[in-house]
Design a protein around this ligand. Structure first.
Ligand code: HEC
Ligand code: HEC
Ligand code: HEC
Ligand code: HEC
Ligand code: HEC
Ligand code: HEC
Ligand code: HEC
Ligand code: HEC
Length: 449
């Protein structure tokens, strides 16, 4: 009797009640620019520890785990089915819905890594420990995103997408999705791919093009993914096999070249340790010397890339000192979140002068540089790292032709400068819907006459 009544009552409630977000509408933002942005309702899901607020005035009651299951079997049947298929459901003492959400429907919680860590201390401790490697890393992903200067300056619809990926730090259901929580899923490349592709980090494209990825596409479906990661378990490596070595919940403990956008000394003591770890992994299946040579190949690729990047940076810095970069820093709409730009306005070039955030409202030559540095260059790095050498060569050709375009534009600017002619402004970001939106929506932008 109760079994049929409860869902009926719940359906009636659903019919009469509006949406179900628990986000406090006036919650402040987080991070360095917390006073500059407000979270969207979705933020309670991306970062529950910071933004989830218990909801009020809808479904009410304190329920047992069985109550939750019975009612949710008709409210959210997919969730209940996934849970039923999970190890959590099959345990002698099942991990029921209240273990992660609480039992009071007026005070529902969303599990944070700490919630899971209560029963799974090892993966949590490993992820916490990852912070010592700095960024990029999963453990620091959320703070890195909200502390990026361009984060708070972008339209909210876009910054929401940042956190969808960068939430890998603030909830554990990114690689083994809820409510199945299946390690077999997390071992497969598909667990990483939603977040790991696109021009600055083309991991999907480069892996799939490699010998490993090619074979994965042919044989992956037939492999037994219930086996733990480690030597002798898999014929070819997946992302997790290489990056979460032996199932350790850390991705930054081997990273030498990181994101590929800043010059790094591969010979530091720390990097020698990381190099050993890489070789150990390859040596599960390849000879160690051959594996070491692959990594040296990556060092050489990076050296070549930095030769091109430094050449272009030098040219841009010369043009800057000759006063030929237009629009000049003073002609650009002030970058609203950058105090440095207020007392030292200057066109900033490269990782150390301003990072990716510096490339707003710039002229064509700087935009070419940005694409070279932030898109082609990481593409060349990832392709080489993942053994997709043809793609890496292709990306280097892209770098060369961008560098050529930059050199030609530099010559043109110098010629105009010599003739005393004003450099024609070809601002890419000065006008247009996006820039207009920013101008109209940010207080500090409005201060500009
Ligand atoms: C009588 C039916 C019923 C029972 C029992 C019930 N729920 Fe719900 N639950 C709902 C309905 C309806 C919603 C839709 C949102 C709302 O109106 O609260 C919901 C929503 C939720 C949500 C989503 C909240 C959000 O903000 O996205 C979670 C999580 C949840 N329930 C967990 C539980 C847990 C845990 C239990 C047991 C302690 C439980 N529910 C018991 C009917 C029920
Ligand atoms: C092991 C922990 C765990 C258990 C057990 C669990 N959940 Fe969840 N649940 C989660 C996580 C993680 C999320 C995602 C929260 C977020 O997005 O921040 C979630 C989200 C939800 C949501 C929000 C809607 C969505 O898209 O998923 C509902 C509804 C929900 N759970 C219901 C249930 C019900 C019903 C049960 C029992 C059958 C249950 N959960 C058991 C961890 C759990
Ligand atoms: C109340 C304790 C408890 C909580 C909370 C909990 N788990 Fe579990 N979980 C367990 C137990 C017990 C097992 C079974 C362990 C085993 O078989 O060794 C398990 C198993 C797992 C497995 C392995 C499943 C498999 O098929 O082998 C994963 C993955 C997992 N949990 C993830 C999570 C995540 C993520 C969260 C938080 C969203 C979470 N758990 C919250 C107790 C919990
Ligand atoms: C929900 C999105 C998401 C998923 C899923 C995800 N990652 Fe990440 N990963 C990120 C983000 C975001 C960063 C960059 C964080 C930062 O800003 O420091 C990152 C960084 C990394 C790094 C860089 C570490 C370094 O030191 O340079 C590696 C390696 C990595 N992830 C591997 C993986 C692997 C392997 C998987 C799948 C098993 C995976 N990731 C799944 C979002 C994700
Ligand atoms: C599709 C998923 C995705 C989206 C969307 C995304 N990122 Fe990332 N981000 C990543 C990954 C993956 C990396 C790491 C790449 C690597 O190490 O090769 C990264 C790296 C970074 C880094 C450099 C590493 C660091 O910690 O300094 C910053 C900063 C960053 N992202 C900020 C942002 C901001 C701000 C946004 C939104 C405008 C955003 N990201 C959108 C996945 C994403
Ligand atoms: C970057 C992807 C990724 C993230 C994020 C992630 N896991 Fe895992 N997890 C994996 C992979 C891959 C495995 C399989 C490891 C193996 O084969 O040894 C796994 C296995 C597990 C297992 C079962 C094996 C064991 O070690 O007992 C548990 C439990 C688990 N994860 C919990 C968590 C918890 C808790 C969090 C959040 C703190 C989390 N995971 C976040 C990828 C991830
Ligand atoms: C054969 C092992 C292997 C596989 C498989 C693999 N990678 Fe990598 N990956 C590497 C190596 C080696 C590097 C270069 C590491 C360095 O600079 O120290 C790298 C670099 C990266 C980086 C830059 C950060 C870092 O750790 O330096 C990210 C992010 C990344 N890979 C993600 C992925 C994703 C996502 C997949 C699956 C689509 C994947 N990788 C598959 C070996 C692998
Ligand atoms: C789990 C086993 C395994 C691991 C670990 C592994 N590989 Fe491989 N690798 C293979 C297999 C198998 C092939 C051959 C794939 C094919 O073409 O069928 C291969 C092929 C390659 C190739 C292409 C070689 C050629 O002649 O075409 C390169 C390059 C490579 N691996 C580099 C690496 C590097 C570097 C690492 C460590 C970062 C690594 N592999 C880790 C199994 C592995």
């Amino acid at each position: 009797m109760r079994i049929t009544l409860v869902p009926l009552v719940a359906l009636l409630l659903l019919w009469t009640l509006p949406g179900w977000s628990g986000l406090a509408v006036d919650a402040p933002g987080s991070g360095e620019y917390a006073d500059q942005w407000r979270p969207d309702p979705m933020h309670e899901y991306w970062d529950p520890a910071t933004y989830h607020r218990p909801e009020t005035g809808r479904m009410a009651g304190i329920f047992t785990g069985d109550d939750c299951l019975t009612c949710h079997a008709s409210i959210t049947p997919g969730i209940v089915q996934d849970w039923q298929a999970s190890r959590h459901a099959k345990l002698e003492k099942p991990v029921l819905c209240p273990a992660c959400h609480g039992n009071d429907h007026q005070k529902l919680t969303f599990p944070t890594p700490q919630t899971c860590g209560g029963c799974h201390p090892k993966p949590l401790a490993q992820m916490e420990e990852e912070k010592k490697w700095g960024f990029p890393s999963h453990a620091l992903a959320m703070e890195r995103a909200v502390d990026a200067r361009h984060f708070a300056d972008k339209p909210p619809a876009e910054t929401l997408s940042c956190l969808q990926c960068h939430s890998v730090a603030t909830k554990c259901d990114s690689c083994h999705t809820r409510h199945r929580f299946d390690p077999a899923e997390a071992r497969r490349p598909e667990a990483c791919l939603p977040c790991h592709d696109g021009p600055p980090h083309p991991d999907e494209a480069t892996y799939l093009a490699s010998a490993h990825g090619q074979r994965y596409q042919k044989e992956g479906a037939g492999m037994d993914w219930t086996r733990p990661l480690g030597k002798g378990q898999y014929p070819i490596p997946s992302c997790a096999y290489c990056h979460l070595r032996n199932g350790i919940h850390q991705v930054a403990d081997k990273s030498i070249w990181g994101f590929g956008i800043r010059e790094i000394n591969p010979r530091t003591a720390e990097n020698q340790i990381k190099r050993k770890r890489w070789i150990e992994i390859c040596a599960d299946c390849h000879p160690p010397d051959w594996s070491a040579a692959q990594l040296s190949g990556l060092d050489n690729e990076r050296k070549e890339a930095w030769k091109v990047l430094y050449g272009v940076e030098r040219l841009l810095k010369e043009l800057r000192s000759e006063g030929l970069l237009r629009p000049t820093a003073q002609e650009r709409p002030p970058y609203p979140l950058d105090p440095l730009a207020r007392w030292w306005p200057r066109e900033r070039i490269g990782f150390f002068e301003g990072g990716a955030s510096a490339f707003y409202h710039v002229g064509a030559i700087e935009r070419h540089y940005f694409e070279l540095w932030y898109f082609d260059n990481p593409g060349a790095y990832k392709a080489q790292a993942h053994g997709a050498t043809a793609l890496s060569r292709h990306a280097h050709e892209g770098m060369a032709s961008q560098a050529q375009a930059i050199a030609e534009e530099g010559e043109r600017l110098r010629l105009l400068g010599k003739k005393g002619q004003a450099v024609d402004l070809k601002p890419l970001w000065m006008e247009g819907e996006y820039t207009r939106f920013n101008r109209e929506n940010h207080e500090r932008n409005k201060e500009k006459p």
